[in-house]
Design a protein. Structure first.
Length: 222
């Protein structure tokens, strides 16, 4: 069972590393957004510093959506999903492996790049690591919420058009507490740990609920 789990994880990591797999595209999109927004806002560094965490979190959210529609749709098209359903590995663990691979190729690189990109939005040096930490613990929620929505649209020909509409409302709590924790690191009135721990809880809850919901959607499609 462990070997089957690792095989799915390794396969999805290899697919994501290929050209157009989504991993590099998400990071490039994140970089592009963070670079362009300061030019649009102008030279006001105080304003840029205040909204910097929101820019990073919005960039992470939008970058996560790139390639998310292919999480199950490509497997549905080439028949791999039927083999996954028929395997001895529980479908929930297969979904967990695919969601984990998506986070490792999108959310984790975005969190690691956040301290460097924080320079572009005038974040104080002492706030860069806490902001990166919020992305590190918050982006798994985005991946597994997206996995549940991707499973619902796996059999649709244009599921990629519907997917952002399904994902965006569900990610609002993650966005609120992610930005709140990041702003607390800049010296807000709320202690940093309060929204940070809520963000951790949202990710853990999304991991469980998103995995179960995605597996149920895939069984229903079968």
């Amino acid at each position: 069972m462990i070997r089957a789990f690792l095989a799915i994880l390794k396969r999805d990591l290899m697919l994501a590393s290929r050209a157009g797999g989504g991993g590099e595209l998400a990071l490039v999109f994140f970089l592009t957004l963070v670079v362009l927004v300061p030019f649009a806002l102008g030279p006001d560094l105080n304003l840029l510093s205040r909204i910097g965490p929101a820019i990073l979190w919005l960039g992470a959210l939008l970058s996560t959506l790139i390639g998310l529609d292919r999480l199950f749709q490509s497997d549905e098209e080439d028949g791999s999903l039927d083999l996954i359903r028929a395997s001895a590995l529980p479908l929930e663990l297969s979904v967990l492996a695919k969601g984990l691979a998506h986070w490792l190729t999108t959310g984790l690189p975005l969190a690691l790049a956040a301290p460097l990109l924080g320079l572009l939005v005038a974040l104080p040096v002492d706030a860069m690591l806490p902001v990166a930490a919020t992305l590190l613990v918050g982006t798994p929620a985005l991946s597994f919420i997206g996995a549940a929505a991707a499973a619902l649209t796996a059999g649709l020909r244009r599921g990629g058009l519907i997917l952002p509409i399904l994902v965006a409302p569900l990610t609002i709590p993650v966005l609120i507490f992610g930005v709140s924790a990041a702003n607390s690191a800049l010296g807000g009135t709320i202690p940093f740990l309060t929204p940070f721990l809520i963000l951790c809880a949202l990710s853990l809850g999304s991991l469980v609920i998103g995995t179960v919901a995605a597996a149920a959607a895939l069984r229903q499609a079968d």
